[in-house]
Design a protein around this ligand. Structure first.
Ligand code: PLP
Length: 421
C-alpha cells in the first residue's frame, strides 16, 4: 500500500459484518476464561489486553497504523508529545547517563532536557546541528546513551541532516531518536535515513483538527541493544520477574520495554476515545499534508517579496539554507509551517499579529486552520536570549502555520495586516 492508502486502511481491517469505522473500546479491563491465560499475559508469553493503562484495542489499532506509516515494527501511544519524549529517553537512560541533542528543538523539549531530566540525574549536551561530525563527536562521553534531533525544527524551520546524525550516533553505538512531528511520515520517514526511534506530538498534524493532545513512540527494530552499553535491555528486569527484553522480544525489545515497564509505572496511556479522534485525523493526513505544503509554498513566496519582512524561513525557497537538504529529506514539501521575521522587532510583530482577521492567534501549530504565534512571548518565553538565538529565534520572529483555507484568502489577510501599521 502507498502512504495515502495506509492512512485509511492500516491498523483496522474489519471482518464480515463488523463495523466499518474503528470502534471505541471504552473498557478499562478485559475478561478471560481461565486464570492460567491471565497468568500467561502477565508472563508476556500470550498476547492480549489486560488493562487499559498498558494497552487497549482502539489505541492498538492506531499504534499499528502509525508504525506502518513510519516503517517501524511497533508503536506506543502516549497522552502527549511530552510524554512520548520523556518515555523515549527514560527507556534508555537513568541517573548518571548523558545524551546529545541538536539545539534546534521544540521549547518544551528544551525545558524537559535542560531542567527536569537534569533533576533526575540525566544530563543533556546541546549541539549546533550544523557543527561538523568531529565537533559533535567531541561531546560524546563514556556514559552517552543517545542522540536526539527534530526533522524540521520548531520554530526555526531548519532541516536536520538525519543521515549525519545517524552516522555519528551509530559510530558510538547509541541510537538516534528523531522527533518527526512537523514532517509527519507523509513527508519524511526518518527510519529510512537511519533513525532508530521516532517520536511525535500527534497533537499537531496527525490529529490536525486541534481536538486531542497526544504523542507516539515508534521503534524501527533496527538498533542492536546488546553491545553491553544498555544493561536494562540485556539483564533481568527485577520489576518484571526477571524478563530479559533482548532475549524474549529480540527486535521489539525497546518498544515492549517502554510499554510493559514504563507505561505500567508511569501511566501516560491515552483513552480509547482519544485514539479514535487521532485515527480520524490520520485517515486524511496524506491529503491534508499535500495542501498544507502547497499553501505554505505560496505564503512563503509572497512573504519573501515583501519589503517589511526581514527574512523568511521555509526550505523550498531558493535562497534558503536548507533548500538542497530539503529535496533529499522532504521531497514532497516542508509542511505548512513557515516562520518569518518582521522589521521593527517585537512591537511590530505583535501589532501585525493583532491585525490578522482570518488567522487565529493560538498556542498551537499544524492545524487545519491558519494560525500564528510569536515564540519570544509564548512557547519560548522560558528561554534565555542565548537559548533563543541557539533555537534560531529573533524577537520579531512570527511562526505562521498555514491551514487549508483558500490560498487567496490567507494571503489577503496577511496583506491587510502588513498594510495596517
Ligand atoms: C508540540 C510539540 C511537542 C510536544 O507535544 P505535546 O503534544 O504538546 O505534548 C514536541 N515536539 C514538537 C516538535 C512539538 O511541536
Amino acid at each position: 500500500m502507498r502512504i495515502e492508502t495506509k492512512c485509511l486502511h492500516e491498523g483496522y481491517q474489519p471482518g464480515n459484518g463488523e463495523p466499518r469505522a474503528l470502534p471505541i473500546y471504552q473498557s478499562t479491563t478485559y475478561t478471560y476464561d481461565s486464570t492460567e491465560h491471565i497468568g500467561q499475559l502477565f508472563d508476556l508469553t500470550a498476547e492480549g489486553h489486560m488493562y487499559s493503562r498498558i494497552s487497549n484495542p482502539t489505541v492498538a489499532a492506531v499504534e499499528e497504523k502509525i508504525a506502518a506509516l513510519e516503517g517501524g515494527i511497533g508503536a506506543l501511544c502516549t497522552t502527549s508529545g511530552q510524554a512520548a519524549t520523556l518515555i523515549s529517553i527514560l527507556n534508555i537512560m537513568g541517573a548518571g547517563d548523558h545524551f546529545i541533542s541538536a539545539s534546534t528543538i521544540y521549547g518544551g523539549t528544551i525545558n524537559l532536557f535542560a531542567v527536569t531530566l537534569k533533576k533526575l540525574g540525566i544530563e543533556c549536551t546541546f549541539v549546533d546541528p550544523e557543527a561538523s561530525e568531529e565537533e559533535i563527536q567531541k561531546e560524546f562521553k563514556i556514559n552517552t546513551k543517545a542522540v536526539f534531533g527534530e526533522t524540521i525544527a520548531n520554530p526555526a524551520i531548519s532541516v536536520l541532516d538525519i543521515q549525519k546524525f545517524a552516522k555519528i550516533a551509530h559510530q558510538n553505538n547509541v541510537p538516534l531518536i528523531i522527533d518527526n512531528t512537523f514532517a509527519t511520515p507523509v513527508l519524511c520517514r526518518p527510519i529510512e535515513f537511519g533513525a532508530d526511534i521516532v517520536i511525535h506530538s500527534t497533537t499537531k498534524y496527525m490529529d490536525g483538527h486541534a481536538v486531542q493532545v497526544g504523542g507516539v513512540i515508534i521503534d524501527s527494530g533496527n538498533f542492536d541493544w546488546t553491545s553491553g552499553k544498555f544493561k536494562e535491555f540485556t539483564e533481568p528486569d527485577l520489576s518484571y520477574h526477571g524478563v530479559v527484553y533482548t532475549e524474549q522480544f529480540e527486535k521489539a525489545a525497546y518498544i515492549t520495554k517502554a510499554r510493559v515497564q514504563l507505561m505500567r509505572d508511569l501511566g501516560a496511556y491515552p483513552s480509547a476515545n482519544a485514539a479514535f479522534l487521532l485515527n480520524l485525523g490520520l485517515e486524511t493526513l496524506a491529503v491534508r499534508m499535500e495542501r498544507h505544503c502547497s499553501n505554505a509554498n505560496q505564503v512563503a513566496a509572497y512573504l519573501n517579496k515583501q519589503e517589511e519582512i526581514e527574512f523568511v524561513n521555509y526550505p523550498t525557497l531558493e535562497d534558503n539554507q536548507y533548500h538542497e537538504r530539503s529535496k533529499k529529506y522532504l521531497p514532497l514539501g516542508c509542511s505548512g509551517v513557515v516562520s518569518f521575521s518582521i522589521k521593527g522587532g517585537r512591537e511590530r510583530a505583535v501589532k501585525f499579529m493583532d491585525n490578522l482577521k482570518l488567522a487565529s492567534k493560538v498556542v498551537h501549530v499544524a492545524d487545519i486552520r491558519t494560525c500564528v504565534l510569536h515564540p519570544a512571548s509564548s512557547t519560548h518565553r522560558q528561554l534565555t536570549d542565548s537559548q533563543l538565538i541557539a533555537a534560531g529565534i529573533t524577537p520579531g520572529l512570527i511562526r505562521i502555520s498555514v491551514g487549508l483555507e483558500n490560498i487567496d484568502d490567507i494571503i489577503e489577510d496577511i496583506e491587510q495586516a502588513l498594510a495596517n501599521k
